[in-house]
Design a protein. Structure first.
Length: 366
């Protein structure tokens, strides 16, 4: 691999890294994105579920319709498996053909002027008078770590590191069909998902089903997704003994943004910076916004010669209410309040705020 000089090198070709690189390339600066994968559609660690606002990001302009499946409502299940449907006028989520989506984003980034190097791992960086040298890759003025929850950039260069995680696992069932394909099915259960939820959704290519729990020190067992799917098979329409066609798993930050997100011309973006909702674990839209803002901050700096200040990167939600709910999930989660209060107005309003960021409406109770 040849060495070269760049204004910015971005480590990680996920949502945040590509959003960052696109801003820099659009301003006419030289940006290189490296990723250890040979194929951006392999070894995924994301559900690929998009909120409506994510499609307003420039990175998704012109996305092929075949990569998306609209989901206009949430069906929320209590531990007893009683459910309530939630929706908001004009609002919908989108599931995706996630491997194809990531490949499309990579191709679109290259067309926009981003240099994308796959099968290229970050190993270390050494400081220079005016930037960084990455052995075997090249020199750059600024380095961006957008390399996920276990960021090697943060580890090697002394930035803040994510410490609090959810551990998630997801199955894909090619060609599968749900009984209710227009709902994002979300399950609250301390037994199956302490500290988080289970979920099942129709996708453009089949069905995705996942489960996550709070990662505790000393706990290494993954969530029991097979057991969970067997329990809810009669509701979902998936055969209890069906084997998944593909599996993805990984750690999801849930402690909020790390403190030291930049220093010495190195910046963190997206999951590497902990920019993920502490409760819903929604990181795609937040990562897109944060990555794009990091890119814009670097463009301003490259033009002015003034180093980017921490205050210039503002696309980080405070998540005060969600931090409080994260504490409650971690320390006081019981099943009986959800069984008792599922259809009550207070719990419904909280759920609507979490899912729709504003008050929705209850469509139907089952």
């Amino acid at each position: 691999m040849h060495n070269g000089n760049h204004d910015v090198i971005v480590v990680g070709a996920g949502f945040a890294g590509l959003a960052c690189a696109r801003e820099i390339a659009a301003a006419g600066f030289r940006v290189c994105v490296i990723d250890r994968k040979r194929d951006l559609g392999e070894r995924l660690h994301t559900t690929g579920i998009l909120v409506l606002e994510a499609l307003e990001c420039e990175l998704f302009a012109g996305i092929p319709a075949g990569l998306l499946h609209a989901v206009p409502k949430v069906r929320l299940y209590a531990p007893s498996l009683e459910s309530v449907d939630l929706s908001a006028p004009g609002y919908r989520f989108f599931t995706t053909d996630t491997p194809a989506l990531m490949r499309w984003l990579g191709q679109r980034s290259v067309a926009a002027g981003v240099e994308l190097r796959l099968a290229c791992s970050f190993r270390d960086a050494t400081p220079m008078p005016d930037g960084w040298h990455l052995p075997g890759i090249g020199d750059c003025r600024y380095l961006v770590g957008a390399d996920g929850a276990r960021s090697r950039v943060a580890e090697h260069l002394g930035l803040g590191r994510v410490r609090d995680f959810l551990y998630g696992i997801e199955y894909e069932f090619d060609g599968g069909a749900l009984r209710t394909p227009d709902a994002l099915h979300c399950f609250i259960s301390r037994r199956w998902a302490p500290g988080y939820i289970g979920w099942i959704a129709q996708t453009p290519t089949g069905v995705q089903a996942g489960l996550a729990h709070r990662q505790r020190r000393g706990r290494i067992a993954p969530p029991d997704l097979r057991g969970f799917l067997a329990q809810v098979a009669s509701l979902s329409g998936l055969a209890a003994d069906r084997r998944p066609d593909s599996i993805r798993a990984g750690l999801i930050p849930c402690g909020g943004p790390v403190r030291a997100r930049q220093r010495d011309n190195v910046l963190l973006a997206g999951d590497a910076a902990g920019v993920v909702s502490p409760v819903t674990a929604g990181g795609i839209h937040a990562g897109l916004r944060h990555g794009a803002e990091v890119g814009r901050a670097l463009v301003r700096s490259l033009r002015s010669g003034v180093p980017p200040q921490a205050s210039a990167i503002r696309a980080i939600p405070a998540w005060r209410r969600k931090r409080a709910l994260r504490w409650a999930f971690d320390h006081a989660q019981w099943d009986w309040p959800f069984d008792l209060l599922l259809k009550s107005p207070p719990l419904r309003r909280v759920a609507e705020q979490l899912y729709f960021h504003r008050r929705g409406r209850r469509a139907k109770a089952d």
